[in-house]
Design a protein around this ligand. Structure first.
Ligand code: GDP
Ligand code: MG
Length: 204
């Protein structure tokens, strides 16, 4: 029996991670697998954004995420400016839950990610501040990874300048942009994943 046939706990997590780590760049074929993570506080909409993007559906009820759920989805191709090279990513989307108190566990989940959507809830501005810790932690594991900031629940948001200013400030601190989405209506959800795809390739 090979040692990685052992079941359970940390071993199976390691095995899952190995299986899902992005393979070496298959440049030339134009299709590249990338691991990405969803970061953010409890109930900001991480699972809802993933479900919307991957399956085109939305549930009002809270979808409890236990540990990690991994979904795969092809992102529409992105192209370098001026008709340059085209790349298409297959995203392996790691939707993490309940990791707030287990920083060292989160580190293992973050490892090997090319980027992350860092999600705040526009109706709870404090979730923007909470993102700082996630973003910093994620970057410490993956210094080259790209982040896109998301203000979710746009359908419930009455354009509060203060909240937008906080998002802007955090985006600037992480040298990135931010996108306002609604997992409920679907508004700008695909755009958010596309933006991350572009960032990972270094396309503007
Ligand atoms: P997670 O803990 O970050 O994975 O959050 P969930 O995706 O489970 O969402 C938490 C709750 O917010 C659920 O009841 C969702 O239905 C709701 N929700 C998520 N995104 C949106 C959104 O864009 N608009 C509205 N109105 N509700 C949302
Ligand atoms: Mg969830």
């Amino acid at each position: 029996m090979r040692s990685d046939d052992a079941g359970g706990g940390a071993d199976s997590r390691k095995r899952a991670e190995k299986k899902f780590l992005p393979p070496a760049d298959r440049a030339g074929m134009g299709l590249v697998k990338k691991k990405i993570c969803l970061l953010g506080a409890f109930a900001v909409g991480k699972t809802s954004l993933t479900e919307r993007f991957v399956y085109g559906r939305f549930e009002e009820k809270y979808l409890t995420t236990v540990g990690v759920k991994i979904s795969q989805k092809m992102v529409p191709p992105v192209q370098a400016p001026g008709g340059g090279r085209t790349v298409q990513h297959a995203f392996l989307i790691w939707d993490l839950a309940g990791l707030e108190k287990f920083d060292h566990v989160a580190d293992n989940y973050f490892r090997g990610a090319a980027g992350a959507l860092a999600v705040a809830d526009l109706t709870r501005p404090e979730t923007i501040e909470e993102l700082k810790r996630f973003g910093t932690r994620f970057r410490s594991v993956n210094p080259e990874a790209k982040l896109v900031l998301i203000g979710n629940k746009l359908d419930l948001f009455d354009a509060d300048r203060g909240t937008l200013a906080r998002l802007e400030r955090l985006a600037r601190e992480h040298a990135t942009g931010f996108i306002l989405t609604s997992a409920k209506s679907g508004a700008r959800v695909e755009e958010a994943f596309l933006e991350l795809s572009r960032k990972i390739e270094g396309f503007p």
